[in-house]
Design a protein around this ligand. Structure first.
Ligand code: MLT
Length: 240
């Protein structure tokens, strides 16, 4: 059997420079909610997504033919933008064939922090397709959890545990990364009810306080599955 490739898990967007090696494939996850929104928007026919860091950068595209601008800060939609960061904004919407310009508190920052690498985005919507793709590519992998403003959150590492478990079971990967072991342990502890397991977690509580619990349920247990893998080409995510 040939040499195994490595997988590591980075717990926050701000720690990414400790993991960066410019050769690994980086899988960005912001389960609640940015990378779930990205999967949903592509399923609804968005042509490409430009992840930008600031509200001003996004607003520069406002009103341009074929562009939609979307934003949240602290999970709240922002006045003046076409959409917020809820997957429900995109279902049955008019996004087909459009370019979505998106800025979020952590997810779009994580994507930009990793842009010197090959970057794809993942959620429970495209988990199986992402795992199949990575196993086929057979490269070192960094799973980049977006976290929350530089600190650890619970939901992204749990997703990293799901993805790592699939990759390790292929027999083509190994890991010496404690964050990966912690992620797989968290997943085991969580069992099969992520919604309950996350009841005390900060972002589940934040979304609950904003009456967005249906978003949480959607992201943790999406009613849709997709084979679409968003990949960063230049400044935009396109369908692989
Ligand atoms: C983020 O990027 O931090 C988020 O996706 C927050 C959210 O809108 O729930």
């Amino acid at each position: 059997m040939s040499e195994k490739k490595s997988i590591s898990v980075c717990f926050t967007a701000d720690q990414f420079d400790k993991y960066a090696d410019e050769k690994s494939i980086v899988v960005v996850v912001d389960l609640l909610r940015a990378t779930t929104v990205i999967s949903t928007a592509f399923m609804q026919g968005v042509k490409e997504i430009i992840p930008v860091q600031t509200l001003e950068d996004a607003l520069a595209y406002k009103g341009k033919e074929g562009y939609i601008v979307a934003a949240e800060r602290n999970a709240k939609p922002i006045d003046g933008f076409d959409y917020g960061n809820s997957p429900f904004h995109y279902i049955n919407s008019d996004v087909d064939g459009k370019t979505l310009v998106l800025t979020t508190t952590n997810g779009t920052k994580a994507i930009n922090n990793a842009k010197n690498h090959k970057v794809i985005t993942a959620s429970y919507i495209n988990l199986d397709a992402v795992a199949t793709y990575l196993i086929r590519e057979y490269k070192d992998i960094i799973i980049l959890c977006s976290g929350w403003k530089g600190v650890f959150n619970l939901e992204d590492p749990i997703f990293a545990g799901s993805l790592s478990t699939l990759l390790l079971s292929s027999g083509k990967y190994s890991s010496v990364c404690d964050s990966l072991f912690a992620s797989t342990q968290l997943l085991k502890n969580a069992g099969d009810n992520l919604f309950d397991y996350l009841s005390e977690s900060s972002h589940r509580r934040r979304l609950k306080s904003l009456n967005m619990e249906e978003d949480t349920r959607f992201c943790l247990s999406p009613p849709l599955k997709s084979d679409i893998i968003p990949i960063l080409k230049g400044d935009r995510l396109v369908v692989l």
